[in-house]
Design a protein around this ligand. Structure first.
Ligand SMILES: CC(C)(COP(=O)(O)OP(=O)(O)OC[C@H]1O[C@@H](n2cnc3c(N)ncnc32)[C@H](O)[C@@H]1OP(=O)(O)O)[C@@H](O)C(=O)NCCC(=O)NCCS
Length: 174
């Protein structure tokens, strides 16, 4: 099913989760080029649209290769305006295949429960299709909004404080 020309992955009371599409470079740049949304990202915000193009190509590949990936998120009121990205993709963590949970929203969409609503919908859509695949999230220790959200979604930080190669705390759904 499509809305505003976009393929729907999941719907919630307020949100539409759709597959990213080839013309989403501006949407990727709007979210990932904003210093506020990358305060805890050691690589910083995208400076060039070419970086967003490369990221979008990765998102598109996830979907065509794996049948699952990060989603574009819009409100039902404005289905053509991407307010953020949320979803899971295949990842390998210490040789273990896992789902990586991701969410990043425009600051104007923070504090409204959208990220939690979108992440729950993405998990509910993907997990039954890939049963048994553990859900993890990699979050810098000082990114408290993200950690709070991960914990509200049922993920817990590694009890031994294990981090990945970028020093991000490994969170996992028990
Ligand atoms: C991480 C991020 C997505 C969290 O966004 P957020 O808006 O804080 O998270 P939510 O959408 O769950 O909103 C939750 C807040 O909205 C409030 N809220 C308002 N209306 C709400 C509603 N109808 N339903 C639920 N919560 C609501 C809640 O009280 C909650 O506040 P609290 O966390 O202080 O209790 C956001 O900070 C972000 O995009 N950060 C930059 C990117 C990033 O760091 N991503 C993670 C990389 S690891």
């Amino acid at each position: 099913m499509t809305v505003a020309g976009r393929t729907i992955v999941a719907e919630t009371g307020r949100l539409l989760l759709t597959r990213p599409q080839d013309d989403d470079v501006e949407a990727v740049f709007a979210v990932h080029g904003d210093p506020e949304t990358n305060r805890y990202n050691p690589h910083g915000p995208h400076r060039e649209r070419s970086e967003s193009r490369a990221m979008l190509d990765g998102f598109l590949t996830q979907w065509t290769r794996d049948g699952v990936g990060y989603c574009t998120v819009a409100t039902r009121e404005e289905p053509g305006t991407v307010i953020g990205f949320a979803g899971v993709c295949f990842h390998t963590l210490d040789d273990e295949p896992v789902f990586n949970l991701y969410y990043r929203f425009r600051p104007t969409a923070w504090g409204l429960g959208y990220a939690a609503e979108a992440a729950r919908a993405a998990l509910a859509e993907a997990l039954p299709r890939f049963p048994g695949l553990p859900v993890t999230a990699l979050i810098h220790a000082d990114n408290l909004p993200s950690r709070r959200l991960a914990e509200r979604l049922g993920l817990v930080p590694d009890p031994d404080g294990r981090v990945d190669h970028e020093e991000r705390l490994i969170h996992r759904m028990p």
